[in-house]
Every structure is written in structure tokens, then in C-alpha cells.
Write a protein that binds this ligand. Structure first.
Ligand code: GTP
Length: 588
């Protein structure tokens, strides 16, 4: 099979613009699946994806396309996620392709993720085919969408842009032809040593690590001895193949192909996404550049509910193999026991991880309130400390300066929502950097602390703009910030899982609402228990948890002596339900 007859491409788009629908239609028109099978979206098969109606993981499917002249082509299609938290998956997938279909919904026009994905594709240096989707919809405004696309890239013209309905199939034939004619065939050398890029991986309980790889050079035979170059791990491949869309074993993959390899490796940490695979004999000397490691936006504690630490550890290792953006280190909490501090790309990412732990591993976990990394300059130290856990935030009288990380938030929205968006962004300490237009849309850039954007900003943005505004973020520098540590004591004992670092502006309101909520959520005991919120040694809010039963209330106010005893050395044996942490997220 010649590379001239292979095309590796992705579909990129803003969320809900129709990627999965177009992918289904392509699989159907190439007879990869029957029409009946595709009545349900085939690619979004993970439980969390069904629940949220979004794509979280990229997938690769091989289709065989027969063109009008009767020539058969191998079309490797990679579906990519659209939510702002999963940008990283998009750029990884793109590095395995030679081109992408850039899909825009004609009822919505160019939106923030359209622009962000366009930039990722340009960085990857791949060819783009612009497509306007949903032309069947009564609300479609094809002309306006076309103008916006031309604004984005002058090479997108009415002649080069396809107009389709992924739903009815209108124009999808032309899409298949454009893939043949406009996306370049791969140009690797099958006679050179094997050079394959791992762009995705997962852990299978029976097969061990299964990777997806793009072969740039060389060939891979069934049962070749392979080396994963990052950790120099050798293994005999157990099975190789491709997805169509179910796994299909094959004997050979060669330069230009995309496929899977069952490695048999049982240690999920031995293989990483971005790794280069070569043959153990006559292999490559130096690996591909791989991927940049990504820095998480937010961190949160993940703790098992009731003694399943071992299970949690195994699950987290496996999950992180499948989600390279998710990072973790072990962590200890007095209140919650042994667990992990996870790093995430955003709150939605955290939520997805929590749900995947439940749906794929049957584990119930407690996740604490997420925070950004703080940079703290301490008296008498010349290097700053980078702090990911609020408990390590130093005492206020030791601190010279505190900095927090910022992002550039690029918001696109129709003009009429500008005021509402500015009010929202300024209430979150946003600083206006740039205001530009793309077609009839405004593109507004704010510099904002991650801590202000991480909680619910995206949801509020959607709400103030009636669903029209969209968001993409990129990291910016640290900046000085008046951050303080808020400690919570229940029954005179500090609860480490309830330590927060936040801006002085927000702390009073936050503390007030928090103690009020905690009063109802923390399980009662026989005696009444005070909840105290303190900043810099001063109690700024307080509430009392009533005693369990009326009878016990008689002597509920602890005597001076009892108070003294409780203050001394005793840990709070407080059972913190997840509801406590959910309520905290709600306050923000
Ligand atoms: P994510 O997977 O969440 O990133 O979204 P997506 O881009 O894959 O969008 P999806 O294919 O799930 O489509 C979103 C919605 O648009 C669905 O309700 C589709 O039925 C609808 N849709 C997709 N294509 C068309 C089209 O050509 N015309 C119309 N009218 N609706 C469409």
C-alpha cells in the first residue's frame, strides 16, 4: 500500500459545531459503519462523554474511501474534543495528522475555539480545509460566517470553503474529495528505521498499555521487538492494528499509517504520550521532539472515601496514562487521610476526572477546593516558594510578597453583550488588554488571575451573554497579589482540608457564607461546636453547630475547662462529606 493513498486528518471546531456528526457521516459514506449503527454518535462512547454530550478524548478511525475513479484511499480520521479545558488533546492529535477540516457552525459563526484551534493548527503547520456546517438550519447565516472566516484567514475564500450539512449529508461527498485533493499524503520513508510518535495511550486490564501511534518512517511488524525511547523500555508487541471503528488486528503498519500497538507493558507509568517508538534492533538513535509538558492551571486534593487508598493509587496511575494533562503527587491530610494532589487544566477537567474515577474504576472520591499555584517570597530566602497546597502557605508575618499566576482570557461575543462581559471580567480583577473585531464579533482580551477564572467564570460568561460568548485562555506571567490564608477551625481544631488562599477582597464574604454552610453540612455531635474562620490570627467569621439532640443541649456550652482540653492537642474527628466541598465551589 502506497503512502500516496493515505490521508491522516482531524476535524477541529468549536464545541457543538458538528464534529462528531460529520465524523459519523464520513464513516457512514465510506461504509466503515452502517447507517443503522450511526444513529447514535459512535465516537463519544465514554460514560462521561454521554453524560455531558461532549467529546473528551480524541479517537482515530480508519475508513476506506473509494473515489469516483474507483481508487481506494485509507482515510485516518481523528476526532478531537472542543471544550476549552481540552485544548491540549487537540494539539496532540494534530501532530499525528497532515491536515484538518476546520468546521464552523453557520448559525453561530466563528467562535473563540474556532480561533484557538485555527492557531493550534497553524502552529502544527498542517493544511486546513474550511467548512461551513449546518447550512440546512433555518438560522444559518452562511454569508456572515464566510466573512468571519475570511477575517480569520484571507486564504479562506468562498471558492475554497465548503458549505455542508453534516446532519443531512449535503456536501459531504465534496468533503471526501477535498480530503483527497487538498490534504497532503504522508511522505515518510518506509525503508528507514522505525520512527513512531505515541499520541495517545490507555490502560487495558488484560492487554496492559495500548498506545496509538503515527508512523513517520519505517515499518512495524506484528511481534517486532520495540523500544519506547523516553525510558528505554523494550517489549515485544503483542498485537498491532487500527480502529474501524472497532479494533482490527493487522500484520504490518508502515510509514504514513496511524494505528494501535498492544504493548503488554503492565506498568502504566512506563509509557508516556509524546514518546517515540522504534525497533530494538537497528532502531533510531534520537527520538522525535515529543510534546511540551503542560503546566496545570489548578490543583486540588483527591482523597478516597473510606480506606481505598491502594485502589485509588492504581486507578490514578491508569487514568493519567490516558490523560496526559492530568498530573498528581501523593499528599497527606489530617482530616482526609492519604491521597493525592492532582493538577488539572480547569474545573471541568477536575470534574471529568472525578466522574471517570467513579464510572471507570467504581471509586468514590472527595476532591477539595481547587487553587492555582502561589509564588511566595519569604523573609530571609532569596528564592521564592511555589505552593500548590494552601496548607503550605507561610505565616503572614514571614511573607515579603505573594504572586499569583495570570492568564490571557480571549472572549468572543456579539457586540450587545460587551457591557455585561466587562462588568463580569472587572469584578474578577480582569484588566482589559485588547478589543478587536472578527467579522461582526468582538474579540475581547483580559488579563486575569487564574484563581478568578477557574471557578465558574465560563458558566457565568455564558449566562451573561445568553450563551453567545466563548472563551479560550493561555498562560501569562505571575503578578503580585494581596492573597491571604483563611483557616477554618471546627471545635477549636484546625481542619487542614479547609484551608484556603484567596484575595483579601473576597475573604470576608467567603468566610461568612462558608461558616454558615458548614454549620448545616458538618455532621452534628453531642456537644455544640463552634466553627471559626480566621485570617492572620484574627477570627473573621463564626457559627455554631447545634448539638445532636435537644436533651444534650442543656450543658452544650462547653465550660472553660472543656474548651481548654479540646484546644490541647486534640484533632477534630470531623467527617467531611463531599457536600462540604461542593458547597464551597458553589460559594465562589
Ligand atoms: P463536541 O463533541 O461536544 O465537541 O461537539 P461536536 O462539535 O462534535 O458537535 P456534535 O456533532 O455533537 O453536534 C452538535 C449538535 O449540532 C447536535 O445536536 C447535532 O445534531 C447538531 N448538528 C450537527 N451538524 C448539523 C447540521 O449540519 N445541521 C443541523 N441542523 N444540526 C447539526
Amino acid at each position: 500500500k502506497k503512502q500516496a493513498y493515505i490521508r491522516n486528518f482531524a476535524i477541529i471546531a468549536h464545541i457543538d459545531h458538528g464534529k462528531s456528526t460529520l465524523a459519523d457521516r464520513i464513516m457512514e459514506m465510506t461504509n466503515t459503519v452502517s447507517q443503522r449503527e450511526s444513529s447514535e454518535q459512535l465516537l463519544d462512547d465514554m460514560a462521561v462523554e454521554k453524560a455531558h454530550g461532549v467529546t473528551v478524548k480524541s479517537r482515530t478511525v480508519r475508513n476506506y474511501y473509494v473515489d469516483p475513479a474507483g481508487q481506494e484511499y485509507e482515510y485516518n480520521l481523528i476526532d478531537t474534543p472542543g471544550h476549552v479545558d481540552f485544548n491540549y488533546e487537540v494539539s496532540r492529535s494534530l501532530s499525528a495528522t497532515d491536515g484538518a477540516l476546520l468546521l464552523v457552525d453557520a448559525t453561530k459563526g466563528v467562535q473563540a475555539q474556532t480561533v484557538a484551534n485555527y492557531r493550534l493548527a497553524k502552529e502544527a503547520g498542517i493544511v486546513l480545509v474550511p467548512i461551513i456546517n449546518k447550512v440546512d438550519n433555518a438560522m444559518a447565516d452562511v454569508d456572515r460566517t464566510m466573512l468571519e472566516l475570511m477575517d480569520l484567514d484571507p486564504s479562506f475564500t468562498p471558492d475554497t470553503t465548503l458549505k455542508i450539512s453534516a446532519k443531512t449529508g449535503l456536501g459531504v461527498k465534496e468533503v471526501l474529495l477535498a480530503v483527497r485533493d487538498r490534504i497532503p499524503a504522508p511522505s515518510g520513508d518506509p525503508t528507514k528505521p522505525l520512527k513512531a510518535l505515541v499520541f495517545d495511550s490507555k490502560f487495558d486490564p488484560y492487554q496492559g498499555v495500548v498506545v496509538q501511534a503515527r508512523l513517520f518512517d519505517g515499518r512495524l511488524d506484528y511481534r517486532d521487538q520495540l523500544t519506547f525511547m523516553a525510558h528505554q523500555i523494550s517489549t515485544l508487541s503483542k498485537e498491532i492494528g487500527f480502529f474501524a471503528p472497532q479494533a482490527q488486528a493487522t500484520n504490518v503498519l508502515s510509514a504514513g499509517d496511524v494505528g494501535y500497538i498492544v504493548t503488554g507493558i503492565k506498568d502504566p507509568q512506563a509509557v508516556q504520550v509524546g514518546d517515540t517508538i522504534t525497533t530494538s534492533d537497528h532502531g533510531l538513535l534520537s527520538p522525535l521532539p515529543g510534546y511540551q509538558t503542560i503546566e496545570p492551571m489548578v490543583y486540588a486534593g483527591i482523597y478516597p472515601r473510606g480506606g481505598q487508598y491502594r485502589d485509588l493509587k492504581v486507578a490514578i496511575e491508569k487514568l493519567s496514562l490516558n490523560d496526559a494533562a492530568f498530573q498528581y503527587v501523593p499528599e497527606q491530610s489530617e482530616a482526609l487521610g492519604t491521597g493525592f494532589r492532582g493538577g488539572f487544566l480547569g474545573i471541568f477537567h477536575l470534574q471529568i476526572i472525578r466522574e471517570r474515577l467513579k464510572s471507570e474504576f467504581g471509586l468514590d472520591v472527595i476532591t477539595t477546593m481547587p487553587n492555582a499555584t502561589f509564588r511566595v517570597w519569604v523573609q530571609g530566602e532569596d528564592q521564592p516558594r511555589y505552593i500548590e497546597n494552601p496548607n503550605q502557605f507561610p505565616d503572614y508575618h514571614l511573607i515579603k510578597e505573594v504572586d499569583e499566576p495570570y492568564v490571557l482570557a480571549k472572549i468572543t461575543a456579539p457586540n450587545e453583550h460587551l457591557n455585561a462581559i466587562m462588568r463580569l471580567a472587572e469584578g474578577r480583577r480582569g484588566e482589559l488588554i485588547d478589543l478587536a473585531t472578527i467579522g461582526e464579533l468582538l474579540s475581547i482580551t483580559y488579563r486575569m488571575p487564574i484563581s478568578e477564572i477557574a471557578y465558574d467564570f465560563f458558566n457565568e460568561l455564558k449566562s451573561v451573554s445568553h450563551g453567545f460568548a466563548t472563551l479560550s485562555t493561555s498562560r501569562d506571567d505571575y503578578g503580585p497579589s494581596d492573597l491571604v490564608r483563611l483557616d477554618i477551625a471546627i471545635d477549636y481544631a484546625n481542619v487542614d482540608a479547609l484551608t484556603f488562599v484567596m484575595h483579601r477582597l473576597h475573604v470576608q464574604d467567603f468566610a461568612q457564607v462558608l461558616v454558615t454552610k458548614l454549620k448545616d453540612l458538618v455532621p452534628r455531635k453531642l456537644q455544640s461546636m463552634p466553627i471559626q474562620a480566621s485570617v492572620e490570627g484574627r477570627v473573621i467569621a463564626r457559627a455554631d453547630i447545634p448539638p445532636l439532640r435537644k436533651v444534650a443541649a442543656a450543658g452544650s456550652k462547653p465550660s472553660k475547662k472543656q474548651q481548654q482540653l479540646r484546644r490541647q492537642g486534640q484533632k477534630a474527628h470531623i467527617d467531611l462529606p463531599q457536600a462540604v466541598f461542593d458547597a464551597i465551589l458553589d460559594i465562589n
